[in-house]
Design a protein around this ligand. Structure first.
Ligand code: PLP
Length: 395
């Protein structure tokens, strides 16, 4: 039998930290490994697989478009890209879209847009304020934007023009705002940072501060967008409108695509200011259109709200039973169990052995972000595994 782990060690630069199953097949919320073991997937490919694995309508759209036109240069109009822009505009407070291939690229584009905005509207201002414990991607500039020293240390000197300040603290943003500031960029729920939910008052104050100072408010909805938090986009729960929003992950639900959405007043780009070879290709845009059809047909934001509420209740029952759990937090189907001790990695490993995939986002925090199509029975199965894992760990 092929030793895939050994071949990976030999040929890939990316290393998994401990032996992992080789996943070969997926359907709905389930994954199967090469030995035909089944796993309930509450990681969802890092909050990507909104519709579960290989959803039929998306596979059909992908195959149809692949047979018709996969890619052409962006000097020509292509229809899926225009339709996707129109659709996203109709669903949001934005008027313009730009498509890329990943989350980091969407945020890079947002920062480039903000810098151009600073250049033409704010006397050359260029600095973007971001939050500590944020996560905006792995390109060099996004490592500088990401407020996590661990990701920054190996790459210093980092690109200039970012300040990382405390999250949920408006004073920190006010203090960091200088003449050179052009934008504030935030997640509404910090996913990688441990599922930290932004306070309503904080986000409203940030909006007000940006209005007073003429700054762009960029919201990174790469993890929270497309229904995960219980509304199509999380900003819709905060009663504010950002100037710019970035999307990726769930937009393609398994096919790579990212997007930048902007209000008219923030669209300061002229031809040639930014570009991409693959961004907005017909294949990715057809998939995203099919994903949006499914999100609407299945009413997934509402399902994420209701199933998320059920999952939260069931996790709080676990909290009542296991004192090692300090807190359950999150929005919709982006939830975290906070432990009082650094047991998260053990919980993840033990859950994997019992057929449940969850993620240790810190040593003390387990994150759950299942496909939005999960039913109560899947939630019950996941909670049962976690209960059994905690019984074993605390025995
Ligand atoms: N922004 C947020 C909020 C994310 O959660 C992520 C990925 O986890 C990114 C940006 C980066 O996206 P990508 O990995 O597609 O570059």
């Amino acid at each position: 039998m092929t030793d895939w782990a050994e071949l990976e060690r030999q040929y890939l630069m990316y290393k998994v930290s401990r032996p992992q199953p080789v996943m070969v097949r997926g359907e709905g919320p389930w994954l199967w490994d090469g030995e035909d073991r089944r796993y309930l997937d509450f990681v969802g490919g890092w909050a990507v697989n909104l519709l579960g694995h290989s959803p039929r309508p998306v596979v059909d759209a992908l195959c149809r478009q692949a047979a018709q036109l996969m890619h052409t240069s962006n000097q020509f109009y292509t229809i899926p890209q225009i339709l996707l822009a129109q659709r996203l505009v109709s669903l949001t407070c934005f008027q313009k879209a730009f498509f890329v291939n990943s989350g980091a690229e969407a945020n890079e584009a947002a920062v480039k847009l903000a810098r151009k905005y600073g250049k033409v509207r704010l006397d050359g201002a260029y600095e973007v304020i971001t939050a500590l414990k944020s996560f905006h991607g792995r390109t060099l500039a996004m490592v500088a934007a990401t407020g996590k020293p661990k990701y920054q240390e190996p790459y210093r000197p980092l690109p200039e023009g970012f300040v990382n300040v405390e999250f949920n603290n408006i004073e920190a943003i006010r203090k960091a705002t200088k003449g050179q500031t052009c934008a504030v960029m935030l997640e509404l729920v910090q996913g990688e940072g441990g599922v930290n939910v932004a306070d309503l008052g904080y986000i409203r104050q940030v909006r007000q501060w940006c209005d007073e100072r003429g700054l762009l408010f960029i919201v990174d909805e790469i993890q929270t967008g497309m229904g995960r938090t219980g509304t199509l986009f999380a900003y819709q729960q905060y009663g504010i409108e950002p100037d710019v929003m970035t999307l990726a992950k769930g937009l393609g639900a398994g096919f790579p695509i990212g997007a930048l959405l902007a209000k008219d007043h923030a669209d300061v780009w002229e031809p040639g200011d930014h570009g991409t070879t693959f961004g907005g290709n017909p294949l990715a845009c057809s998939v995203a259109l099919a994903v949006l059809d499914e999100v609407e047909r299945l009413n997934l934001p509402e399902r994420a709200r209701a199933t998320g509420e059920y999952l939260r209740q069931r996790l709080m029952e676990l909290q009542a039973r296991w004192p090692v759990i300090a807190e359950v937090r999150g929005l919709g189907l982006l939830l975290a169990v906070q432990f009082k001790e650094p047991v998260a990695r053990k919980v993840v490993q033990n859950a994997l052995e019992e057929g449940l995939l969850v993620n240790a986002v810190t040593d003390e925090t387990v994150r759950l972000m299942p496909p939005l199509i999960v039913e109560r029975e899947h939630v019950d199965q996941a909670v049962q595994v976690l209960d059994s894992v905690l019984r074993r760990l605390t025995a």
